[in-house]
Write a protein that binds this ligand. Structure first.
Ligand SMILES: [Zn+2]
Ligand SMILES: [Zn+2]
Length: 1002
């Protein structure tokens, strides 16, 4: 049988076709078999329902549509009942028609009764057919039903022509049920009536049903003509039923209709739509002549697969041929250009459209919007879009997507609202795009309303929409909602997994990242670039370099280590984990290093306190022609402010000016912070004053700067100004404000600010705020209030609180409470040396040497060693470090001579050393010697030798400055007429003309 079939096919086909046919269908199946087992791909959900409904549920039709005046509502076997109905109530139909707002019905009724009835039967049949054809072209179902009712009422026996006209009219008017019922009532059905009903159903978009009808026809043994074949092929291309299509192809050859123009162009269309572009092309070439349909079908095929080159070639051939192109052709070519990113060619087509006056064609305009948006020209897309009078959902979606992709999310949202106002129902594409826009905007309130809209429109199970939702929630930190949407999805693809994984990178969630990654692998999904970027981000936050290295190995195994984005994520992971050597290796392996990569490595070094290296890379980046952006600068600056190299900071400042980023609030705030931390408050002020707009963060930097430097008044002034300018203070602001109050001993004002924290601004006081308040109370000597405050706030488990108490006790010589605080601290943090030192300072001040000795014994029994004092000073761009009693500096001899010289001057102005500051059990002379060689004094002496007489000296110290050194600094600032700034572990001390900015409270 198989041989016969092929032989038959070969006999009836031209030679070229044989080559075409053979590879397609090596095991042909008859259409009859096909009906039993339809291809699963061409079977839609609607198929079984539609066909059942269309063919057999006459009763169902009555039930579901009780007011329907279909003449068939009583079933095809009861025309007599219908006649009876008309006799009893002859005006019923007319009245119903009036209700249905069809004024022309009266005229039809008149025509039917007066005109048509008098004609001879043949003429009458012809007249009815003509009227039905008119109904079909007017798409008036009511008229068709009235005419049909009349045919039945008058007892006319329709001929085959009228039957087909009835089917046609119902089908064209969209009532597939009626068409099918008329068809079922037909006494004899030939290929024409079969084709009519099939075409009607296919015309309504039911491709699957069309295919089934065709198969039914073949089962009844009716031989298809060229129209039946073309109709079935159209049905196949609708439901992408290529297998069935290939069967019909062989049938066409068998019955000798392959050379038919309709069949040929339907085949081209089918193969093109199904992506079998080679087959489409071969059929196209076999056709004796090509019509517009086949040209457009083939063009569409190339457009669909995004083969712009072949598409343009074909279009050029078309323009050279006799064939005239239509707006549809141009739209198709535009679609192809859009899919292939052929902007130039697309623009040529645009000008062709203008030339033939098609600029205002809606369909074409939509294609143009698509072209310009896909080619990244949102302005041109918008221009075309604005001219469309009534854009369809495709044009709206294209425009919204385009704006979203151009990171113009606000405009995308605005357009989405407009679309909704215009009454256009969003589709999955516009919804997915608008969710992405909400993601970018970080507006979860809006995102939530879109989520509701998605559910209302019934797209909650669409995978692209759900993926976008997961991504939105995850990227904006709503991990729980993201997981909820993810879990509700019917199936997951790798996009869904990647969307889910993208949210696990902050400190609360990052530990879940690796688990999700494993789950994804277990479920058989292959990780891609995005997966690795996300999981590496999780590793960065997790600070789990071990897992990070495993991921790295996996990346190498998947040969993705050459990918620049993955490489950058790797650098970031290693840098955040402080594995700068690995980061450096990964960095130097990258071939293309963009701004983002540079920023990651520079920030990595800066944040690992390797400012020198950060600056080195910063300069190298600029040498390689990459311009820093505000993030690079801010990252580098914030790193430098920790290691405090003023010279480097100034270098970065000038680079920021050169790159034009000084207006950026992040860069400027980082600079303010840097200058503040370097002790150059004037420079910090200057940068701050120069800011065009100031936000809470920049105000915070300035306020906290003032506070740290002991300029409490200025801090509070700045706070007032900040409020006047309409900025809302946050937690950090209050740390600055409260420490300013404690600096200035403003007990009442401090209390007020502390209360306003929660009452006015709704901020829950943090432990820092409480410590500030304890400090305010303690410095004011109100120790009873300190006790009750600690109790009230339930903060007695925090070492920061007790450290503050201990500091206040030292200030006021409160031994009793000091001991309590110290005892608490010895429990909480037994290894912190400064607590022991402070307590023994308190004892020493009271001359309780026995207790001082006890503390020292306790320290050594606990194995706690006093951290050696260490100071550093920047001279001529070089940082010089000194430890207490240092003898290693190359200029140590000159330093000691300088100190001797200063000591004489000090004695002459009445300086008396505070020997009790020395905890060592040594002689008085040794104690004096010891004090003289505290690290900050060595640094000071060196700076006095090495710097010009005008420069401010800036010294940094790892511990608290001792009381004796504090006195000495004050005096020296007067004697030498130099400004000296000392930053110790807690404060800045600005020494000027014998006073200190801390007012001796520290
Ligand atoms: Zn000292
Ligand atoms: Zn001071």
């Amino acid at each position: 049988m198989e041989c016969d079939y092929i032989a038959l096919a070969m006999r009836s086909s031209p030679h070229s076709f044989r080559n075409l046919f053979l590879p397609i269908c090596s095991t042909p199946i008859y259409p009859v078999q096909l009906l039993k087992k339809p291809s699963s791909r061409s079977r839609s959900l609607i198929y079984s329902f539609r066909l059942k409904y269309a063919s057999f549920s006459a009763v169902g039709a009555v039930e579901t549509n009780p007011i329907s005046n279909s003449p068939y509502k009583y079933g095809k076997n009861s025309p007599s009942k219908l006649h009876e109905d008309f006799r009893k109530n002859p005006r019923k139909d007319l009245r119903a028609s009036r209700h249905n707002l069809l004024p022309s019905d009266d005229k039809i009724e008149l025509n039917m009764t007066s005109g048509v009835l008098n004609l001879d039967s043949k003429e009458r049949l012809r007249r009815y057919s003509t009227m039905l054809r008119d109904c079909a072209s007017k798409v008036s179902l009511k008229e068709a039903r009235t005419l049909h009712g009349n045919v039945l009422k008058c007892g006319i026996e329709p001929d085959s022509h009228l039957w087909v006209s009835l089917i046609n009219a119902y089908a064209k008017c969209g009532s597939v049920n009626d068409a099918r019922q008329v068809f079922d009532a037909m006494p004899e059905r030939d290929v024409v009536s079969w084709t009519a009903v099939t075409a009607g159903i296919v015309g309504q978009g039911y491709g699957n049903d069309g295919v089934c009808l065709y198969c039914e026809m073949r089962r009844e043994g009716i031989r298809p003509n060229e129209f039946a074949l073309a109709t079935c092929l159209k049905a196949c291309s609708m439901c992408l039923g290529i297998e069935v299509g290939k069967q019909v192809h062989t049938e066409a050859i068998k019955v000798g209709h392959f050379m038919d123009l309709f069949v040929g162009s339907a085949l081209v269309d089918l193969y093109a739509k199904c992506g079998e572009i080679d087959l489409a092309n071969r059929v196209f070439l076999c056709m004796p002549e090509q019509n517009a349909v086949s040209w457009n079908a083939l063009l569409n095929g190339y457009a669909q697969i995004g083969d712009g080159k072949e598409l343009i070639k074909l279009f050029c051939r078309m323009t050279k041929s006799e064939m005239k192109f239509s707006m549809f052709t141009l739209s198709t070519v535009l679609k192809g250009c859009a899919n292939s990113g052929f902007l130039g060619e697309g623009q040529v087509v645009h000008s062709m459209a203008i030339k033939i006056g098609g600029e205002l064609d809606e369909f074409l305009s939509c294609s143009l919007v698509d072209l310009y948006s896909k080619c990244g020209l949102p302005d041109d897309a918008l221009k075309v879009f604005m001219r469309i009078k009534d854009p369809d959902v495709v044009a709206w979606s294209a425009m919204i997507t385009c704006l979203g992709q151009q990171e113009n999310s606000e405009e995308a949202v605005r357009l989405f609202h407009q679309m909704r106002c215009a009454g256009v129902r969003p589709n999955q594409f516009s919804l997915a795009s608008i969710v992405s826009a909400a993601t970018d905007l970080g507006d979860l309130h809006f995102g939530g309303s879109i989520h509701a809209c998605i559910c209302k429109c019934g797209f909650e199970f669409d995978s692209s929409v759900s993926n976008a939702l997961v991504s939105m929630y995850m990227k904006n930190g709503c991990v729980r909602d993201g997981i909820k949407v993810f879990e509700a999805m019917k199936s997951w693809d790798s996009v869904s997994w990647n969307a889910l994984l993208s949210g696990f990178h902050n400190s609360d969630t990052c530990n879940q990242g690796p688990k999700i990654f494993y789950q994804m692998l277990v479920d058989g999904f292959k990780p891609n670039v995005y997966t690795f970027i996300s999981v590496l981000r999780a590793c960065s936050s997790l600070l789990d370099v071990g897992f990070g290295k495993q991921v790295h190995a996996y990346i190498v195994k998947n040969s993705l280590d050459g990918n620049d984005d993955v490489g950058t994520a790797l650098i970031d992971m290693y840098a955040k984990n402080r594995c700068l050597e690995d980061a450096d290796l990964a960095f130097n392996r990258l071939i293309k290093r963009d701004l983002f990569t540079w920023t990651v490595i520079i920030s990595g070094y800066a944040q690992s306190d390797q400012a020198e290296k950060a600056i080195k890379y910063f300069c190298q980046m600029q040498r390689e022609g990459v311009k820093p952006n505000e993030f690079t600068l801010a990252g580098c600056l914030s790193g430098c402010s920790r290691t405090v190299t003023l010279e480097n900071g100034r270098q970065l400042h000038s680079m920021a000016i050169k790159a034009g980023h000084l207006d950026d609030v992040f860069v400027a705030s980082a600079l303010v912070d840097l200058y503040g931390k370097c002790g150059c408050l004037e420079d910090a002020e200057a940068v701050f004053e120069g800011l065009r707009s100031r936000d809470t963060i920049s105000w915070n930097t300035m306020i906290c700067g003032y506070s740290k430097h002991g300029f409490g008044e200025k801090a509070l002034e700045a706070y007032k100004l900040m409020l006047d300018e309409g900025n809302v203070p946050d937690e950090v602001t209050f740390v600055g404000v409260l420490s300013a109050c404690s600096n200035m001993g403003l007990f009442e004002e401090g209390k007020e600010h502390f209360n306003s924290l929660s009452k006015v601004y709704g901020i829950t006081p943090t432990i820092e705020h409480c410590a500030c308040m304890v400090d305010i109370l303690g410095k004011a000597g109100k120790f009873c209030k300190v006790e009750s405050f600690i109790e009230e706030m339930k903060i007695n488990q925090y070492s920061l609180i007790w450290e503050t108490v201990l500091g206040a006790c030292r200030l006021h010589g409160n031994v009793e409470f000091g001991e309590t605080a110290a005892q608490k601290l010895f429990e909480l943090e037994p290894r912190v040396d400064s607590n022991y030192v402070l307590l023994s300072n308190i004892f020493a001040a009271k001359g309780r040497w026995d207790d001082v000795r006890k503390i020292r014994a306790l320290m050594s029994s606990q194995g706690v060693k006093k951290e050696p004092g260490c100071s550093w000073v920047e001279v001529e761009g070089q940082v010089h470090v000194f430890v207490s009693q240092d003898t290693s500096h190359p200029k140590i001899r000159e330093i000691y001579i300088k100190l001797e010289e200063l000591g004489e001057k000090l004695t002459s102005v009445g300086y008396k050393p505070k020997l009790e500051q020395v905890l060592h059990n040594v002689t008085e002379t040794e104690k004096l010697e010891h004090l003289h060689h505290h690290s900050e004094r060595l640094a000071l002496a060196f700076a006095l030798i090495g710097t010009s007489a005008l420069k401010t000296i800036r010294i940094f110290k790892n511990l608290r400055i001792c009381g004796d050194c504090h006195d000495v600094m004050k005096l020296i600032s007067e004697i030498t007429n130099r400004d000296i700034v000392v930053r110790d572990i807690n404060h800045f001390h600005h020494f000027k003309s014998g006073t200190c900015s801390c007012r001796d409270y520290w």
